[in-house]
Write a protein that binds this ligand. Structure first.
Ligand SMILES: Nc1ncnc2c1ncn2[C@@H]1O[C@H](COP(=O)(O)OP(=O)(O)OP(=O)(O)O)[C@@H](O)[C@H]1O
Ligand SMILES: [Mg+2]
Length: 376
């Protein structure tokens, strides 16, 4: 039987970045109390929660405190120690659970689960020692990409390589940590499918987003994605299959590559709301953050219908101070800022969603506004 956590109850989140902040806003709107655990005194989510426990993620006194206060706990980033999640789950409800997090923390592990669920990564193999490299390149071909297996994000810890020597140098430069070497495919598009599943096994999919990156960081998400409808449907089906394989409870984001022949490849997954799902805040009946609340509380998935074509653009630190007058006269543009005091290049400070009757118009407006904000 479904056990609901209902409004008035207290929800906890491990991590106080922008994803935690948007989760808190959604949960508070629905009538929940919020506790954030994050070591940073200035964390975007901590500053708007009812309580901010300022401590490390493996501080047992802090975890005890969090568990005592909360009816349910979730995470906003995958690098929380799985051990802490396990510890918390002995005391209160935690979704997603430690096993899913442990899988998502390692690129090699997540690829093997994806394969088990019927998804197809690009040709790749783990690199555990420099001596593995030549044989793996034999298999993947060149150019290839060497990525650290753990702790990579926004394109960090990745090297495009054109020879065994280059790959070996890159591997050594990362201190010989576990890596994966994968074929560099020519991309026609990148898409992501965000799905959700609750403890009763009820699921839903958000519309697939088409994602464009700049310098390894997501720049823009376009919805509906401009790919063959069958590609979008397959991406959703595969993301759901992965959620089932993991017996996942929460929001699962799956990134895919589409190659020049239209083939779909699994890239990676995130056990949480995803930057490419920020468009749902303004353009779907239910946002990915409300959906996160619903999943951890055992509620039915909210309606994921797209209300309007939309383009999301990230606002990074190098843009600061943007010229906000660009937004003064734009009824279809919705700004979201994360309350970060310090702007650094590459740091995600906010985003905006451009909504219009068709995706081309949304894109034109988004690009124009972005150029104006950047002062071009
Ligand atoms: N095998 C590949 N072939 C072609 N392009 C690739 C490949 N792997 C990665 N890329 C490009 O680099 C980007 C970042 O790669 P990936 O998603 O693995 O890294 P990440 O650091 O986890 O990124 P993020 O956390 O922002 O999603 C991809 O979105 C894609 O544009
Ligand atoms: Mg990625």
């Amino acid at each position: 039987m479904a056990q609901y956590i209902l409004p008035g109850a207290t929800l906890g989140v491990l991590g106080g970045g922008q994803l935690g902040r948007m989760f808190c806003v959604a949960a508070r709107t629905m009538g929940y109390q919020l506790v954030v655990l994050d070591p940073d005194p200035e964390s975007p989510a901590g500053r708007i929660a009812d309580n901010h426990i300022q401590a490390d993620y493996d501080d047992h006194t802090a975890l005890d405190d969090l568990a005592r206060r909360c009816d349910g706990i979730t995470t906003e980033f995958e690098n929380v120690p799985a051990q802490s999640l396990r510890y918390l789950s002995q005391r209160t409800q935690v979704h997603p659970g430690a096993p899913a997090l442990e899988i998502a923390q390692n690129r090699n592990r997540e690829k093997s689960y994806a394969i088990a669920a019927g998804l197809l990564p690009v040709p790749n193999a783990p690199i555990k020692a420099g001596t593995d490299i030549a044989a793996v390149i034999e298999y993947t071909g060149l150019p290839a990409i060497l990525k650290r297996a753990t702790l990579g994000y926004d394109g960090k810890g990745q090297f495009v390589v054109d020879s065994v020597e280059q790959a070996t140098r890159a591997f050594d430069s990362m201190g010989g940590v576990e890596c994966v070497l994968e074929k560099k495919v020519e991309l026609a598009a990148e898409v992501s499918a965000i799905v959700c599943r609750n403890a009763s096994g009820e699921t839903a999919c958000f519309p697939v987003a088409e994602n464009r990156h700049r310098n390894g960081i997501l720049h823009q998400s376009i919805v509906p994605a401009r790919v063959e409808p069958s590609v979008s449907v397959t991406a959703q089906q595969q993301a759901l299959a992965l959620a089932e394989e993991l017996e996942y409870v929460g929001i699962l984001a799956v990134e895919f590559f589409v190659d020049m022949d239209g083939a779909l490849y699994f890239n990676e997954m995130a056990p949480r709301p995803h930057n490419s799902g920020h468009y749902t805040k303004d353009a779907c009946v239910t946002s990915q953050f409300e959906q996160q609340v619903r999943m951890m509380c055992g509620l039915r998935p909210g309606d994921t219908r797209l209300i309007s074509p939309v383009v999301m653009i990230n606002l990074l630190g190098e843009l600061w101070q943007p010229d906000w007058t660009a937004l003064a006269n734009e009824p279809g543009v919705k700004l979201h800022l994360y309350g970060k005091h310090q702007a650094r290049p590459g740091r995600k400070m906010g985003h905006f969603n451009s909504l219009a009757r068709d995706v081309e118009t949304a894109l034109q407006v988004a690009d124009r506004i972005y150029a104006q904000l950047a002062g071009h």
